[in-house]
Design a protein around this ligand. Structure first.
Ligand code: SF4
Length: 454
């Protein structure tokens, strides 16, 4: 059992599992090898499964290189990324852990393997060799979604139910029913429950400043998305960025349905930033990073009284719901399809919106349930391996569904038949049954049928 702060991370686009995760794996390998750098002569990286199949579009190759250069997501900037790319791809060198310059042959030392490793769809290996070509150190990493990385040993040990530590806490949150029971007993809503849960790991000040920083970065990303420096997104789709133009056009319309246009704008602006490889907040993944900010911006700009306190409550609720998906199912498109990414984000946003508008825990869980129920079966088929089509627009639909689910749950008079735990279980089973072609491999769906691109 641990804090849920890791559900929201400041990272880089376009993908938490395929960009942030591989970068973190590079950082972890640096920590492992840093005391033996004098022995290392060469580094080899092997990307497997989905990381290999969609790795170039998701920048997985470059991300591992950034990580091995000792760069960290929080402090990345475009010029620093560019320099590391140029060194590795053009000048044939890598600055291992930021401390030792090595020769690096991108074609030979970075391998895109067609194989899948046994424990997860997103596997990778990093190996360090000495001058005699003998292994100094090696590790197998799995990027399990949302920017989380585990070694093979850790993943094997974890199993599906063993990510609960033996540490005994007053508040244990393993499933939605447990959350509802705590709320009923204490008269809490979900935000209060999450706050009290987090107090077991952080001080009041830390909770507040963490949430406000996340909210500030989300707003900064929206601003950047509506003030882009480039007209087109990177990659072979040659996709024109739409948020800036949308913002100008929406401002001129008096259409009564304009509210939906605003929500789409918020989501598209943030998702385009992610697609460009810029700084975003994973929420709970990069592909789905725009759903939650879009709903928060809707509340801030189009409802009365959405202030910092409400933003904190929103994020606390959302991270609690996100943690239930992470513990009991998946937040990885490569593991369970897009329902695990956009569906989870929509479910988190629905519960959070309902809570800040006054819903009790039961109604908020119903909002979360509905938002996921109507994402079940959603496949992950990113065209050309880029987090652009269908991902960018899909964030807008995820946000609109979240708002709809929150409103439906709040006005509901009847007792819901489906519980949140049941829908989480269903999502995971559906994801496991889903053909691998539809789980972030770009081997099916729109990724293969869009003839004009491929
Ligand atoms: S289709 Fe969904 S899960 Fe797949 S990369 Fe795009 S946003 Fe992520």
């Amino acid at each position: 059992m641990s804090s849920n702060f890791s559900i929201f991370k400041i990272g880089v686009g376009p993908s938490s599992s395929h960009t942030l995760g591989p970068m973190l794996a590079g950082n972890l390998f640096c920590k492992k090898i840093v005391k033996r750098l004098n022995e290392v002569d060469r580094i080899q990286i092997i990307l497997y499964g989905s990381l290999s199949l969609t790795g170039k579009g998701h920048l997985s190759d470059k991300a591992v290189i950034w990580g091995l250069n000792g760069l960290e997501a929080r402090n990345l900037s475009a010029p620093v990324q560019e320099e590391a790319n140029k060194n590795a791809l053009e000048k044939g060198k890598i600055n291992l852990c930021g401390e030792k310059e090595l020769k690096f042959n991108y074609e030979k030392d970075l391998i895109f393997s067609k194989d899948f490793l046994p424990l997860h769809e997103n596997g990778m290996q990093i190996k360090a060799f000495d001058v005699k070509n003998e292994i100094v150190e090696e590790e197998t990493y799995y990027s399990v979604g949302g920017g989380f990385v585990l070694t093979a040993q850790e993943l094997e040990k974890r199993g599906k139910n063993s990510n609960q530590s033996t540490m005994k806490l007053d508040i244990e949150l393993n499933n939605a029913q447990q959350a509802l029971d705590f709320c009923e007993k204490n008269g809490w809503d979900l935000a209060e429950l999450s706050y009290n849960y987090e107090l077991q790991f952080h001080t009041k000040e830390e909770i507040r400043s963490y949430c406000l920083e996340i909210w500030e970065v989300m707003q900064e990303v929206y601003y950047n998305g509506t003030h882009p420096t480039e007209e087109y997104l990177p990659g072979k789709l040659n996709l024109k960025r739409r948020a800036k133009g949308m913002k100008e056009r929406i401002a001129m319309t008096a259409d009564p349905m304009g509210m939906i246009d605003f929500i789409s704008l918020y989501a598209i602006a943030v998702a385009e930033e992610n697609a460009s490889g810029a700084k975003v907040v994973t929420a709970p993944t990069n592909g789905a990073c725009a759903v939650i900010p879009a709903v928060m911006l809707y509340l801030k700009n189009h409802t009365v009284g959405f202030n910092d306190e409400q933003a904190i409550n929103f994020l606390l609720t959302a991270m609690l719901i996100g943690s239930l998906y992470k513990k009991n199912a998946s937040i990885s498109g490569a593991e369970a399809g897009c329902q695990a990414e956009i569906g989870s984000a929509s479910s988190m946003a629905a519960a959070a919106m309902a809570t800040v508008l006054g819903a009790n825990a039961f109604k908020a869980c119903n909002a979360a349930e509905m938002a996921m129920e109507h994402h079940l079966g959603l496949t992950c088929d990113p065209v050309a391996g880029l987090v652009q089509i269908p991902c960018i627009e899909r964030n807008a639909f995820g946000a609109i569904k979240a708002i709809s689910a929150a409103r439906m749950a709040m006005t509901r008079q009847s007792t819901p038949k489906v519980g949140l735990d049941e829908v989480i279980e269903t999502m995971y089973e559906t994801g496991k049954d889903m053909n691998y072609k539809y789980k972030e491999t770009s081997l099916g769906g729109l990724a293969t049928n869009l003839k004009t691109v491929c």
